[in-house]
Design a protein around this ligand. Sequence first.
Ligand SMILES: Cc1cc2nc3c(=O)[nH]c(=O)nc-3n(C[C@H](O)[C@H](O)[C@H](O)COP(=O)(O)OP(=O)(O)OC[C@H]3O[C@@H](n4cnc5c(N)ncnc54)[C@H](O)[C@@H]3O)c2cc1C
Length: 478
Amino acid sequence: MTVDVITRDGSQVRVPDDAVDGLASRMRGALVRGDDPAADAEPCEVWNAMHVGRPALTARCSGTADVVDAVNFAREWGLLLAVRGGGHSVAGFSTVQDGMVVDLSGMRGVQVDPDRRLARVQAGALLGDVDRETQAFGLATPLGRVSETGVAGLSLGGGYGHLQNRHGLSCDNIVAAQVVCADGEIRTASAGVNPDLYWALRGGGGNFGIVASFTFRLCPLGPTVAFAGTFYPLEDLADVERRWRDHVVGAPDAVTSFVVSLTFPAAPGMPEVIHDRPVAVVGGLYAGDPDDGMRVLAPLRELGTPLFDLSQPMPYSVVQSSFDALFPRGVLRAYWKSQYLDALTDDAIDAIAARALDRPGPMTLVNTFHIGGAVHAVGAEETAFAERSSPFMVSFDTMWTDAAQDSEAVDWGRSAWQEMAKFGNGNVFLNFTGLADEPAQAGVDSAFGRNLRRLAQVKAAYDPDNLFQVNNNVLPAS
Ligand SMILES: Cc1cc2nc3c(=O)[nH]c(=O)nc-3n(C[C@H](O)[C@H](O)[C@H](O)COP(=O)(O)OP(=O)(O)OC[C@H]3O[C@@H](n4cnc5c(N)ncnc54)[C@H](O)[C@@H]3O)c2cc1C
């Protein structure tokens, strides 16, 4: 008996049972075969329902040693390998049909050192795991806005969130990482050890090895923070967003703010006036004293005539999961694309508003994010994450549930994005990229900008044969 697995050159290799059994016996976690009927009973493991592939082999790692064995196995057999942290890759990078997956979802440990203000985080941890442990000490590290997203993919690709303007991107707060490289060696990456690898990991994605654990810098925060969440009628978006833009560009760095257009579901506990109603939500978090924060955030609540205003001091952990219900795992089909803008002109706002009113379905979001402060304080070449100057990012998060609507929905997202390109500076956020099988290489290359050459050199040093290629792929320098 054999297991047929896709290789990196697109052919198929017949891996004999005794080789598979050998790996299984070395691992502490389970090695699941795609032809095992038990695999059918597994809960959905990837967030985007468009990408539910069936790997031939899934190594459910329980620690770094399992990752080493799985990497060695994939390299020796030439297998096409995907890596799954939290499984939230919108483009579908966390699984691979008939290939091999290294699944880190069993590695969710978080250990906080409150004296040194550091957290050691295993690479399968979700954002909520980290927030839960760090908040127990009144500490936090910048992460994203949906608590079930994976720390690994988010922070290796940059990582925007409610603390970014005050404390930087998630990747800016990585102090060290333990990485299993393509040769199976475990390396530390930090400012003092393998600094080229450390540089590349902060924004370069999963190209350079499998991170088994991160060490993040922590800042004092909460447990209560000031949060603005004001719901305006979607028809008023153009006016509201003009006033929002004029305000946020001069707001203190402690404020991180955004505008989300959506049709709010009929959620229990929320007032009926917003049930199933298209709304523009102006959100913002103040990273500092909550009373000061409520005063500073007040203008975000006065940008028009709100339908409803939930702004108030609230636990940071509640803020961090307040959008979760909009993004259930394995249910939504999704196509997200973004554009960075050097200026949010009136014409750009009108285009955003027109698209927000013309969304292909109630689950699709149109977002504008304000970016500045600590994100811009880092030089474009200091880390691999090159986008350090755009003050705004617009994203079209096209989401639907019926597979029959795939092509219509993707077309809408793509055309909205192309239209916004007129107002953008040509750069995109690589964690919000369309589909894995789109001809994306040009977009990937331009997103890394001036850093691409150096990234290709680091790739050549640590992964010359491109073992880690199911990602926003950087090709090794030749
Ligand atoms: C609902 C939702 C909300 C989001 N919110 C935000 C947000 O607020 N801010 C933001 O910046 N982004 C956000 N994103 C985008 C998110 O950052 C990316 O989708 C990210 O890739 C998710 O990380 P993951 O570990 O869950 O992904 P996975 O799908 O597991 O992995 C994504 C990529 O990272 C690589 N990777 C994962 N783990 C490792 C590892 N340990 N070592 C090496 N490579 C690894 C994988 O190979 C893959 O290429 C959101 C996405 C979704 C679906």
